[in-house]
Design a protein around this ligand. Structure first.
Ligand SMILES: Nc1ncnc2c1ncn2[C@@H]1O[C@H](COP(=O)(O)OP(=O)(O)O)[C@@H](O)[C@H]1O
Ligand SMILES: [Mg+2]
Length: 145
């Protein structure tokens, strides 16, 4: 089942996916504007027990979250949206390596293409595509290298 008929299902899929991330994980979210990348991230955070607001980090580039659920193996989540990154080297100034190397942390990156050459290979690539006549198609690729 990789057809998501509505936004609620995108969130649910994200929440389910979160539950199998038990260690430091880097995820690239691929898809056009409006494909559901931020919606997936919101669901992912819900799956970790985070109930607060989840907004797009389009202008801030990164939005940090802390997970206080004692039972969660993941304690930090960083949601990146690199759409407005002008040059991959800006990631160095952002201190990208500190985020990516922190333990018990998931990094979810929208528009990772913009950071090519600086960002390492991800553990997962999650692609969201518009389906016809509505809904979305989701494809998960795991990097085994
Ligand atoms: N499976 C889905 N079917 C229909 N609409 C969806 C689905 N998933 C998300 N959406 C909607 O698509 C819109 C854009 O979602 P968003 O997550 O902001 O996209 P992105 O971050 O990829 O630009 C939102 O209105 C959201 O509710
Ligand atoms: Mg987004």
């Amino acid at each position: 089942m990789n057809y998501l008929p509505n936004a609620e299902m995108t969130e649910q899929f994200g929440a389910q996916f979160a539950k199998q991330c038990i260690t430091k994980t880097l995820i690239f979210l691929v898809g056009n504007l409006g494909a559901g990348k931020t919606t997936f991230t919101r669901g992912f955070l819900r799956g970790l027990g985070y109930q607060g607001t989840v907004k797009s980090p389009t202008y801030t580039l990164v939005e940090p979250y802390q997970i206080f659920d004692k039972n969660s193996p993941i304690k930090f989540l960083y949601h990146f949206d690199l759409y407005r990154l002008n040059d991959p080297e800006e990631l160095e100034f952002l201190g990208i390596w500190d985020y990516l190397t922190q333990e018990k942390t998931v990094c979810l990156i929208e528009w990772a293409e913009r950071g090519q050459g600086i960002l390492p290979a991800p553990d997962f690539v999650i692609q969201l595509d518009y389906a016809q006549p509505d809904g979305r198609q989701i494809t998960i690729k795991r990097n085994n290298s």
